[in-house]
Design a protein around this ligand. Structure first.
Ligand code: SAM
Length: 187
């Protein structure tokens, strides 16, 4: 059976939209599973640029990419995703992946935060080329609270419909604050 876990689901939709062999950003590197997914999609010709604020995340991601011999396909930066515009040109990126929250097995205080997440999404949209997609895995409840989810959804709602298509999915019958996969396509 196909997995409908949020990350699997959003990977499927992400790759339906982007061209393979492109330029991608992992805005929240964590343990590197999404960076690895993007590196596979990048192939020999593409490139992945990945960010995290924790050294631990860069170590885990570097190790994972080396296991799969994909380390040459990614540049890993110990920096906030709010600075992604310092590393990439406007309108040059095919796809950007955000998987919000905290590093699994890590410090929950170092989770993504509403202010910086919204700022980084805005920067990401400026980097996307036409037809590019920004994918978001949004969480709420528990340690995470609701502010980040509410602020991101409010921001997505405010995007100009002439410039962006915004799709927000729901696990409609799932209880206890299910995760929200969302997608923004730049027209
Ligand atoms: N993509 C990851 C994976 O495949 O394992 C999971 C990401 S994890 C849920 C969220 C990550 O966002 C954490 O590693 C955390 O350190 C990182 N993070 C928090 N604030 C950040 C920021 N301002 N810029 C970049 N990364 C940030």
């Amino acid at each position: 059976m196909i997995s409908y876990q949020i990350t699997k689901w959003s990977h499927e939709l992400f790759q339906m939209q982007v061209r393979p062999g492109g330029c991608y950003v992992d805005a929240t590197m964590g343990n590197g599973h999404d960076t690895l997914f993007l590196c596979k999609l990048a192939g020999e010709t593409g490139m992945v640029t990945a960010f995290d604020i924790q050294e631990k995340a860069l170590e885990a991601t570097g190790k994972l990419l080396r296991e799969y011999q994909m380390e040459k396909r990614a540049r890993l930066y110990l920096d906030s995703h709010t600075n992604m515009d310092k590393y990439l040109e406007a309108e040059s990126v095919d796809g950007i992946y955000f998987n919000f929250g905290y590093l699994p097995g890590g410090d929950h205080n170092l989770a993504t935060k509403a202010d910086t997440s919204v700022e980084a999404i805005a920067k990401g949209l400026a980097l996307l080329r036409k037809g590019g997609v920004l994918a978001l895995c949004i969480y709420s409840g528990g340690d995470t609270g609701f502010e980040e989810k509410d602020r991101i959804l409010e921001y997505l709602k405010s995007l100009d419909e002439k410039r962006y298509i915004v799709i927000v999915n729901t696990y409609y019958n799932r209880k206890n604050n299910p995760p929200i996969p969302a997608f923004v396509v730049k027209k």
